[in-house]
Design a protein around this ligand. Structure first.
Ligand code: PAF
Length: 368
């Protein structure tokens, strides 16, 4: 059956079985290949319909600003499920009070266009069974129905906390981040009740936190991790890269270069913390020195927040890598705002004034 006809038959079943739907109608010339849901009950109705037809659901949670990394997760989900639900929700509780939630890129029209194009690609290829059936784009009030979503560390609300994982690494400088992520993912898992949910390895600590949450709360959704998708030069794709501009983007490659140097040491047989991490630190120092010698209109300065070599399950820092377990090598750096721009320079969204946090990681596979 053609993809859109297939989706329409699901949608018709849905409309026949429910009288109150807040599904938003798309305004494209051709029939939309998926529905957009703003509220929970109609989505649950769809979920029941799919379950009764023995269909399987893959959930791809996102905050929008979709890029190739998200699309590759959807492609992966399409090989393993008949129906894919993509959630688009910029979750306020994972932004700290000093982080600018309002400036997070919101690109609804282009997100929908990318998902439509991907559905067309999936139906043309006909190799994967799955198609995007629905977008869940709830309001904050739907996701946080009783209390306003708080970003305060000791704020009131119903939260999921996964400790001590959430306090480590990213959590050290973003204290509410993983509480917000775990809380919103628990809500999404409860709403969608998917067979599988898909997350990118790029946010490796997030994957460890979500896996732990699913294990500890007996959530019946299997967590699947997709490989980090990179630009040709190695920069990990991220919705925040739009803020970098050309100069900071070029210098930001130091992050991947440093991780690769440490990986080289591991692959060459080294397993001690300092000998592995020194390789990464050396690269970061060299590039920062080079930048410091340049003038303010030429350079892009940065600060390394952490370079971590950690146990893959507990995220405890390792003195020596256990060859049977391998390790997660991860790092974060803060690209400082540009001090001076040149006329006509592409400084990225926000004119180079927005500090940009870059994170990346590599998984060291067990040796045995
Ligand atoms: O990785 C993200 O985009 C977000 O943290 C997630 C998982 C969608 C939760 O808001």
């Amino acid at each position: 059956m053609f993809a859109w006809k297939r989706q329409f038959s699901i949608a018709n079943t849905l409309l026949k079985t429910t009288t109150t739907t807040t599904a938003r109608t798309m305004t494209t010339a051709t029939p939309p290949s998926f529905q957009v849901f703003r509220d929970v009950p109609p989505l649950r109705q769809l979920r029941r319909t799919l379950l009764l037809s023995n269909r399987t659901v893959g959930l791809v949670p996102t905050m929008g600003a979709l890029h190739e990394g998200h699309l590759s997760l959807i492609r992966q989900a399409a090989t393993e499920n008949t129906d894919i639900i993509v959630s688009i929700f910029v979750n306020p509780t994972q932004f700290g009070v000093n982080e600018d939630l309002s400036s997070y890129p919101r690109t609804w029209d282009s997100d929908v266009a990318k998902l439509e194009a991907l559905n067309a690609e999936l139906s043309q290829q006909n190799t994967s069974p799955g198609r995007i059936t629905a977008i869940l784009a709830p309001t904050s009030k739907v996701m946080y129905p009783t209390l306003p979503p708080s970003s305060e560390i000791d704020g009131d609300g119903s939260f999921v906390t996964i400790l001590p994982l959430a306090k480590k690494l990213e959590g050290a400088s973003r204290p509410v981040f993983f509480r917000g992520v775990a809380t919103v993912c628990m809500k999404l898992f409860n709403i969608v009740n998917a067979e599988r949910a898909y997350f990118g390895q790029k946010d490796v600590q997030q994957t460890v936190v979500i896996r732990r949450m699913v294990q500890d709360f007996h959530v019946g959704t299997e967590i699947r991790i997709g490989e980090t998708v990179r630009e040709e030069d190695g920069l990990a794709m991220s919705s925040r890269n739009v803020y970098l501009g050309v100069r900071r983007r070029g210098v930001g490659l130091v992050l991947y270069e440093a991780l690769r140097a440490a990986e080289g040491a591991y692959l060459a047989g080294k397993g001690g913390r300092e000998e592995v991490l020194d390789a990464a630190r050396g690269v970061a120092k060299r590039v920062l020195d080079e930048q410091s010698w340049l003038g303010p209109a030429e350079r892009a300065l940065f600060e390394v927040d952490y370079i971590s070599l950690a146990d893959p399950d507990s995220l405890e820092e390792l003195k020596v890598i256990d060859p049977a377990k391998g390790a997660i090598l991860s790092a974060a750096l803060k690209m400082a705002p540009l001090e001076e721009s040149k006329p006509g320079e592409d400084c990225g969204l926000g004119d180079g004034k927005v500090p940009v946090r870059l994170i990346d990681n590599l998984i060291f596979k067990p040796r045995v």
